[in-house]
Design a protein around this ligand. Structure first.
Ligand code: SIN
Ligand code: MN
Length: 206
């Protein structure tokens, strides 16, 4: 299906990945998690665990703990460098971003059926000229997006397995989050749940 503009700079690509591509990407994610296991990030200050578990691939990975949010080149538990980004992820960036350089971070979020993600902005990157490209696999997630102010009105769309969203330009810093996952909406992941990959360009000028 063709792209749908949700707002200036915010584009929804339903069914961007067909079933075979979803299966290939899932296998690539599994390979990443074998080298870089999912970890439970914690909120800065409070130390409260997120309901989402995470890992990363690419030169830099996003982590959060009592010391704050940041990007770092190594896994917080194993201390090893993040695995390289799968070719399919790099291809999605080429297809969907209008940015000349490759991404240097790919955050992989895993949502159990009860997990959610509160409204936030992606603003730990240096390079806001590059969009964020999001790919969803598995159960449908209710994605909420608003404006540049937390108090701006929000809308929601259901992101299903294979959907992509790009937020760039005037929407690069919009507030967004995931209110809930709907169990049983996809049979891609045998145990259920949802995976979301967000591709970002963190460092500018490299
Ligand atoms: C995120 O904002 O990091 C994830 C968004 C999503 O899971 O769709
Ligand atoms: Mn985000």
């Amino acid at each position: 299906m063709s792209a749908i503009a949700l707002a200036p700079g915010l584009t929804y690509h339903p069914d961007y990945l067909d079933r075979a591509a979803q299966e290939r990407l899932l296998e690539a994610v599994r390979e990443v998690t074998r080298a870089a296991p999912l970890f439970s990030p914690r909120m800065p200050r409070t130390g409260k665990a997120f309901s989402v578990r995470m890992t990363n691939c690419g030169p830099l990975g996003w982590v959060s703990d009592v010391n704050g949010y940041r990007y770092q080149p190594t896994h917080p538990e194993t201390g090893k460098p993040w695995p390289t980004m799968p070719d399919q992820v790099l291809k999605a960036w080429k297809d969907l971003s209008d940015y000349p350089q490759p991404p240097d971070a790919c955050l992989i979020n895993f949502y159990e059926p009860s997990a959610r993600m509160g409204l936030h902005q992606d603003k730990d990157e240096e390079e806001f000229g590059a969009p964020v490209v999001s790919l969803s696999l598995g159960d449908t997630g209710l994605f909420r997006y608003g404006g540049l102010d937390r108090k701006d009105p929000t809308r929601s769309i259901k992101l299903k397995s294979g959907d992509a969203v790009v937020f760039g330009g005037p929407s690069r810093l919009i507030f967004h989050g995931v209110d809930r996952i709907t169990p049983g909406t996809s049979d891609l992941l045998q145990q259920g749940g949802r995976l979301n990959l967000t591709l970002r360009k963190v460092r500018s000028g490299l």
